[in-house]
Design a protein around this ligand. Sequence first.
Ligand SMILES: Cc1ncc(COP(=O)(O)O)c(C=O)c1O
Length: 371
Amino acid sequence: MNSETIKNFTATSHANWKNPGSKLVYFECNSPFSVADIDTDNKSLWRYKHNIPINESNIISLGEGLSPLIKINLGSLTAMIKQEQLFPTGSYKDRGATVMLSHARSVNATHVIQDSSGNAGCSVAAYSAAAKINCDVYVPEDTSPAKLTQIALYGANLIKVPGDRTATAEAALLAAQNNYYASHCYNPYFYEGTKTFAYEICEQLNWTAPDRVILPAGNGTILIGAWLGFKHLLKSKIISHMPMFIAVQAEKCSPLYEAWFNNMPINDYKNQGTIAEGIAIESPIRGELMIDIIKATGGSFITVNEEEIIETFFELGKMGYYVEPTSAATIAGIIKLKNSINRDELVVSLFSGHGLKSGDKTAYLMQEKRP
Ligand SMILES: Cc1ncc(COP(=O)(O)O)c(C=O)c1O
């Protein structure tokens, strides 16, 4: 890593349960956040470049960030929802990819490795294309074609690995020994992008923090990023409190919920299959940190079942919003909680991915599950 680009930042390590001998790193900004430092002419997340450990000359941007924050009525509850499905590749992962690929460029990487067949793979492929850096995306052999087409369109090399998701991760880790590992899970620069989610929310709320944020919990890229952002604002006395974090998992893939409520070890969980593919992560490597964050913010985990996800997917459609089933899962979580949330609480969440990205799933749901 280029030490110059991380001046003003402390690298903190936390446990990697999957490989206890190694640690995972995230950064914390040491200089206080100042509203005066925001480049207000810049209508992307790079308006906060003062707080992102990248030299301006290396920025690779496709105009991501500053998503609208809109009020949505969900029955008796009103929530504020960030429209992250409107990003260049159709999901909030562009926040992480813009910073990570900018860092890859700053260290003169010519080749990056990534291992996601989902939205992170799409984002890393797109920003690699913009940076003119070769990109290999490792995917399990039996991955469904929907997002692979988008990844291929950006010119990334798709490497199909025989076996399951673990075999794919191992192949990617091996390849990453000689290349830049552009992993949304391991690479700390990714979280330097997703933390801007919190900066934007507070700026759009006139420097007020929400009472509660309700977020998806797969690998934790948005949850951990949001926590880093709010933490920085709180430490800088820009906001007065840390929001309570509620993490939503699919009932059929809920390792963290089981760890939280039933003391199950995080590494002993088997995905039972859910339509919310983006949060179908059976062993999140930063799982312990995610649990620590939920504890520290006084929050909790909840699960939603397949019927609740599908019902919400159709309800949102009727309201004019077309999101991925994974996005619908988070909103289903808000609906499930609505009786335990006070009417005057400021609740913020997001639409994490666009429905146009999962046309195959929509076709299936329209044919088989339409109410
Ligand atoms: C649409 C969508 N929503 C939510 C998530 C949750 O991911 P994470 O917990 O890593 O932020 C993902 C992950 O790929 C996703 O694609």
